[in-house]
Design a protein around this ligand. Structure first.
Ligand code: GDP
Length: 366
């Protein structure tokens, strides 16, 4: 499963956020939240469409899709040089697919700030610098390995690596993240993906605010937005401490009332999960019937056979065709047979690129 890592300086609210995400299980009571280890949680992705499909088909089971979230504690200034348990934590980030960067945007004299004052922009730079330094180390070590072949022999692959790596080194030395380097071709992108650079992973920022700023944001969140405006990254304003309270409420109605009191329509946790899902470049298709209505995750751009393979590898191997109904048509017409009669069921082959919200029925040989 794809994984998002939560990073940030100590005491910014990472664990609080992680815990409220973990408690979001209440949002899909039929799907147990499970903890893989204390810092990794499997989180269900809230999806209104699943609820509406289930209202039509009244299945025995409703199964949402999930992503994994990892709480990566312990990043501090000097982590790249092995301060604290720095290197271990940086290693934990390497295996994640995307990063949720939490920034402290609340005042509270009871909560110590590791750098003495609340300043989310500075905090962000501290973390970025550590990640960039680690990446620089990775890039330089790789340069060391290919340099000779690239410069003396006629080794084309080594030469290509070398040219690529030098571009990245240049950006990193200037204090820029690897993701700011724009590559022209997919092959190069693939090569770089192999390196798993920390600052090449997609990122979104969570401004952790107090309750009073949950709707409007505050001067800190504005400073963050200004600082990251060229990054093309999403910035979410979330009040982690109250999200934890919300997540503990038993019923959907209670949670909605609590949110309405604060002036929010949707919990920050739900917004964050959906944003993380998009950040991972994931989309959802559905299968639905009497037995179950279920959401399935696939990377954007996946073709029908590989999407079928998400359900079972036999579906991919024996793929014959897919019958596809668009979500809106299914909701409007109310059943597969009605869609078929209305000509709203299309038969697609191996080259079909699955679209977010498609209701799929795969035909395959066993
Ligand atoms: P971490 O070190 O980043 O994981 O931070 P924690 O989640 O452990 O939070 C550090 C402290 O800040 C805890 O005492 C939290 O209760 C408190 N805290 C977290 N979020 C908020 C917030 O939005 N407002 C206030 N006032 N305190 C918070």
């Amino acid at each position: 499963a794809l994984q998002c890592g939560i990073v940030g300086l100590p005491n910014v609210g990472k664990s609080t956020l992680f815990n409220s995400l973990s408690n979001a299980k209440a949002q899909a009571a039929n799907f147990p939240f499970c903890t893989i280890d204390p810092n990794v949680g499997v989180i269900t992705v809230p999806d209104e469409r699943l609820v509406r499909l289930a209202a039509i088909d009244k299945p025995k089971r409703i199964i949402p899709t999930t992503i994994e979230i990892v709480d990566i504690a312990g990043l501090v200034k000097g982590a790249s040089k092995g301060e604290g348990l720095g290197n271990k934590f940086l290693g934990n980030i390497r295996t994640t697919d995307a990063i949720i960067h939490v920034l402290r945007c609340f005042d509270d004299s009871n909560v110590t700030h590791v750098d003495g004052s609340v300043n989310p922009v500075r905090d962000k730079e501290i973390i970025d610098t550590e990640l960039q330094l680690k990446d620089l180390e990775t890039v330089e070590s790789r340069i060391g390995k290919v340099q000779k072949q690239a410069q003396t022999g006629g080794d084309k692959v080594a030469k290509r690596w070398y040219d690529l790596l030098v571009q990245y080194r240049e950006a990193l030395v200037q204090g820029k993240s690897a993701r700011t380097v724009v590559l022209e071709n997919k092959e190069d992108e693939k090569m770089m993906a192999e390196l798993c650079l920390l600052t090449n992973k997609p990122v979104l920022y969570v401004c952790n605010v107090d309750e009073a700023s949950a709707v409007t944001g505050n001067e800190y969140t504005e400073a963050v937005m200004e600082a990251v405006k060229d990054e093309n990254a999403q910035v979410l304003v979330v009040a982690a401490a109250i999200e934890a309270d919300i997540a503990e409420l038993e019923s959907y109605e209670e949670r909605q009332m609590f949110l309405a009191d604060i002036g929010l329509e949707e919990s920050g946790v739900s917004r964050l999960i959906r944003a993380a899902y998009a950040l991972l470049n994931l989309e959802t298709y559905f299968t639905t019937g009497e037995q179950e209505t279920r959401a399935w995750t696939y990377p954007k751009g996946t073709k029908a056979p590989q999407a079928a393979g998400v359900i079972h590898s036999d579906f991919e191997r024996g793929f014959i065709r897919a019958e596809v109904i668009k979500y809106d048509d299914y909701i409007a017409l109310g059943s597969e047979s009605a869609c078929r009669e209305a000509g709203k069921l299309s038969v697609e082959g191996k080259e079909y690129v699955v679209q977010d919200g498609d209701i799929m029925h795969f035909r395959f040989n066993v």
